[in-house]
Design a binder for this molecule. Structure first.
Ligand code: ZN
Length: 134
């Protein structure tokens, strides 16, 4: 079938393949720059203002995908360590403050309805920070 198609129109099959490759590369590039696997901290795991902590202080939480949107971001839980599951979306106008913490290992996002702390690799968090503070 492919050989026949090429025989009928030598350029067409190659062109179709090229188009498909470009579309796939664009999709991968989009995912790489817009979708981030992050850990979301739920409870601080500490009491008395952090004077006493148990575990590493971020053991309870969920992992999920943070997606950068044209105007804001979205976070959806994929796996939760407690009963909480998040599925939230915020416009840029709802994001009050974005800060990189812990030597870039954590991004702290303050919104009009709650604060969020996400953990991921520092280059991913830098991209999130840049997009939300641009
Ligand atoms: Zn969560």
């Amino acid at each position: 079938m492919t050989e026949q198609a090429i025989a009928l129109d030598p350029n067409r099959a190659e062109l179709e393949e090229l188009r498909a490759n470009i579309a796939q590369a664009k999709q991968e590039e989009y995912r790489r720059t817009h979708f981030f696997r992050v850990t979301h901290k739920h409870g601080s795991g500490s009491v008395l203002g952090g004077m006493i902590s148990f575990g590493d202080g971020k053991t309870r939480g969920c992992t999920g995908t943070l997606e950068l949107l044209d105007d804001g971001f979205r976070f959806k839980t994929e796996q939760s360590q407690d009963s909480r599951r998040d599925d939230v979306e915020f416009r840029r106008s709802q994001v009050k403050k974005v800060e990189l913490k812990d030597q870039g290992q954590r991004v702290h996002i303050e919104t009009t309805s709650g604060n969020f702390d996400f953990y991921a690799g520092s280059s991913d968090l830098q991209q999130i920070y840049n997009a939300l503070t641009r």
